[in-house]
Ligand binder design. Sequence first.
Ligand code: AP5
Ligand code: MG
Length: 218
Amino acid sequence: MRIVLMGPPGVGKGTQAVRLARRLGLVHVATGDILRDAMRGGTALGDKVREFVEDGRLVPDDLMGALIGERLKNPDAADGFVLDGFPRTEEQVATLDRVLGFVGVRVDRIIVLRAPDAEIVRRLAGRRVCPNCKAVFHVDNKPPRTAGTCDDCGEVLMRRKDDAEEVVLGRLAVFARQTEPAIRIYRERGLVEDVDSVGEPGEVAERLWNALASERLG
Ligand code: AP5
Ligand code: MG
């Protein structure tokens, strides 16, 4: 299966994508993680994208198109994937169509996660991330066993620069302006399942699973 998770910043795409990918035995491809790895590694790509990512603006479509084309060529994505963070513009929808079209496949399902803005701001204010293994925590909702330390690999947890409240508000505006039109294209194709992302992560995961299952049965 080729599944895309879409939705505003902080809605829980990463949290749900990890669970779903594990459940389906698929690779989780997160463009935000790829960009942050490049920034952390000080690569040429990292230098090019840093300003965009830290300011909460979208990285230009041509750069993202090249990046996703390369990533999806990897054999681990040949039989399916859970894509998180791409596409997020109308042009990126066309790019993904083209990249998959080369190998004669298409996206099967788009899951759009939704939560109120106030909940999103609260989630991102408390988020802590592991720069090494990418595990995601929250100081209240999902605290690590030892404060400030990753449960999975022991790395020191950090706050993302783009989780500052003023940047989050900008990211929400970018989502409304640039990503909602991309979702609309998929909706017109009848591929979208809307999933309410308010509630315990396990509860949201079940809702998401049922949305996919109803599609498979029906
Ligand atoms: P990206 O990394 O994709 O960020 P995003 O889309 O803004 O989303 P987040 O990762 O912030 O949130 P999420 O939905 O994954 O939520 P999470 O599960 O962590 O992109 C970052 C930047 O990279 C972009 O701004 C852009 O600059 C660039 N970029 C990336 N892709 C691009 C593209 N295609 N084109 C151009 N530029 C691109 O959860 C958030 C918090 O909430 C966590 O603390 C979590 O523990 C908690 N939480 C999760 N679920 C629940 C729940 N059910 N209840 C309570 N708390 C919860
Ligand atoms: Mg994420």
